[in-house]
Design a protein around this ligand. Sequence first.
Ligand code: ADP
Ligand code: ADP
Length: 230
Amino acid sequence: STMLEVSGLSHRYGTGDQAHTAVNELSFTVEAGQLACIVGPSGCGKSTLLRAIAGLLPPTSGTVSLHGDRVDGVPDDLAVVFQDYSRSLFPWLTVAKNVEFPLRWGKLSKAERRAQAASALDAVGLSGVGGKFPWQLSGGMQQRVSIARALASRPALLIMDEPFASVDAQTRFELEDLLRRVQAQQGTTVLLVTHDIDESVYLGDRVLVLSKSPARIVADLPVGLPASRD
Ligand code: ADP
Ligand code: ADP
């Protein structure tokens, strides 16, 4: 079934002479459980597109639907992971409290929130560090915590904007494998932007290739999973 439907989506920055159309009339769908990667040249509008889908920027025109329901404003069934892990975690909260944080707006009891956060930390291999603070962890581990926090709310759609661009190559490989494993286990639908074609082909079930600005979808490729990186 279709999880995400983006239809004629545009976003324009500024007004009048300063107006700049960063995303122009893009349409595509993502099936439930799919890990779809978006690649394209720098400046073609990838971040703007993700932010508009996530409700962080108002679309100038077009619509976004999640499992058939049109999204108006901030979708409650969606989680976002950005490149900049160092600014995405609350420094005054422990790792466990960071992961639990988005659950406080749901209907869960305190005990259920705690259990769900613990299971998300476990899924990313960090069950031992719940009591530490983010700044006590390496960059790669902090980004793991961000992924755990995104997964803890069991989102219908996980949006990731260059999530591994700020970590070293070895950590990136680990995090890519981790994401693939957890995504397959939990059946999460993921839309991930990267400028790294290699990463998109390794990670994705599907790669959408955007052209230079104003971006059009120039290819929509099914890609298989290799047995291993070596
Ligand atoms: P990337 O290529 O990694 O997506 P960009 O250089 O396009 O990064 O943008 C980096 C940051 O600067 C983004 O947060 C973006 O919103 C902001 N930015 C980019 N271009 C402009 C601009 N013309 N005016 C204001 N902010 C901008
Ligand atoms: P990408 O993520 O593909 O690098 P972006 O979505 O960051 O592209 O940017 C698309 C275009 O919009 C670029 O030309 C960029 O300079 C411009 N842009 C991005 N953020 C802003 C902003 N806050 N204000 C004005 N222009 C922006």
